[in-house]
Design a protein around this ligand. Structure first.
Ligand SMILES: Cc1ncc(COP(=O)(O)O)c(C=O)c1O
Length: 398
């Protein structure tokens, strides 16, 4: 039985070959890719870096330079999100303050943000989890005049839209990830976007200080392009399963490296962008099909997609209230080649207990979500035949 990869953008060999040619284009590839991204995201200002984590870190460093007081050192974020977000916050010498999750949207509970704001709040970082858009406009409105920065984490929501605008490009600051598991991947990568042209020089300065990638590292990256293009296809994924297991993130990252984005990655990104509509539409369509399978079925809770929003699902999240049923479902789906995941099994305040200020569980919705979630891949390689099989299996577990 062939197994579907849990994530990934498959590149074909022609795309990799053209990306290799990007090496000879110098920064022309970066300029061209940035131009495509600016047009797609409808933004004026954008910088490419090596990862979403670095993108977040540089924005936090910018906030430190432009804050009204050194006492402002708190970053508000949801209690259920990627634990790796704590790395740039801590590397910048700032403190995380958590807000519980909304059980309907699976995202930060925007009604609870106000209570988390203190005179030390530097920034609020809503995260569009799994590609599900957060309603950013009311958060921005609530803090006007308060000198609090809003930074959208759109790491896993590239292509999602709310109110006619791309997630990540609504607040004054945002960032995206192009890592291997994201909606579009150039193996790794991060995109920083911001509205106010007055910050451009400072951000460009921060990015210009990132170390360049050596020729050896660039060659290794090329080999990893090849590896990834095989590993995210069912045949390669099944054959390489024992090796790939070693590369999956199973332990918490404790460190991140920051360096420049490469011309080769930009050349690949530029080529992939030709099929951005197709890549995104499949994620949207597959997510909606999965929603129809699970929504309203007893024992499951699906996320609410806000009105006027379109979710380019990075993963399709569903809460399975009975954990035994969740396990049986995982086993049955695996038999038809669908590998599901449980990321992240614990919320941030379990991983970092110091973020739970009082002795009881301060963020119970985030805990429940983390402990009951099942993630089903919605990427372009999942087609109608597999969706039908998923439906039959889900109905059989009623
Ligand atoms: C919500 C979220 N934010 C930030 C990141 C960091 O992105 P990167 O892996 O490119 O550093 C991730 C990556 O997994 C993520 O899921």
């Amino acid at each position: 039985m062939l197994r579907m990869p849990t994530a990934g953008t498959p590149y074909d060999l022609v795309e990799i070959a053209r990306a290799t040619l990007g090496l000879c284009e110098n920064d022309r590839a970066q300029t061209a890719f940035s131009r495509s991204l600016k047009k797609y995201l409808d933004v004026e200002n954008l910088i490419l870096v090596n990862s979403g984590t670095t993108a977040c870190y540089l924005l936090l460093e910018l906030f430190k330079k432009i804050r009204i007081s050194d006492k402002r050192n708190e970053i508000i974020l949801p209690a259920y999100t990627a634990p790796s977000l704590l790395l740039p916050i801590r590397a910048a010498g700032l403190n995380a303050v958590l807000v519980d999750t909304d059980p309907d949207t699976f995202n930060i509970d925007i009604r609870k943000i106000r209570a988390a704001i203190t005179p030390q709040t530097l920034a609020i970082m809503p995260v569009h989890m799994f590609g599900l858009p957060v309603d950013i406009a009311p958060i921005v409105e609530a803090v006007t005049e308060q000198e609090i920065f809003i930074i959208e984490d759109a790491a896993s929501s590239l292509g999602s839209v709310i109110g006619g605008r791309q997630t990540g490009a609504i607040a004054p600051f945002g960032f995206y990830s192009l890592n291997r598991g994201k909606n579009v991947s150039t193996l790794a990568g991060g995109i920083i976007v911001w509205k106010e042209p007055g910050y451009t020089a400072l951000l460009k300065d921060l990015a210009a200080n990132l170390p360049p990638v050596s020729h050896k590292a660039e060659f290794l990256m090329w080999l990893r392009f090849l590896g990834l293009s095989m590993a995210v296809r069912p045949l390669g994924y099944t054959a390489l399963a024992p090796i790939l297991a070693k590369f999956k993130y199973t332990t918490l990252h404790t460190h991140f490296d920051s360096f420049a984005y490469t011309d080769m990655q930009a050349a690949l990104g530029k080529i992939l962008w030709r099929r951005i509509e197709q890549l995104t539409n499949r994620r949207v369509g597959n997510g909606l099909a999965l929603m129809r399978i699970f929504a309203g079925r007893p024992g499951f809770t699906t996320p609410t997609i806000l009105p006027d929003a379109m979710a380019a699902f990075n993963q399709f999240p569903v809460i399975v209230h009975d954990l035994g049923r969740r396990q049986r479902l995982q086993e049955k789906l695996l038999k038809i080649g669908i590998e599901t995941t449980l990321m992240y099994e614990k919320p941030l305040h379990y991983i970092f207990p110091e973020l739970n200020p009082r002795t009881y569980d301060n963020f119970p919705q985030a805990t429940y979500l983390a402990e009951h979630l099942l993630l089903i891949p919605p990427h372009t390689q999942i087609g109608l035949a597999l969706l039908k099989k998923i439906k039959t299996i889900v109905e059989a577990t009623d």
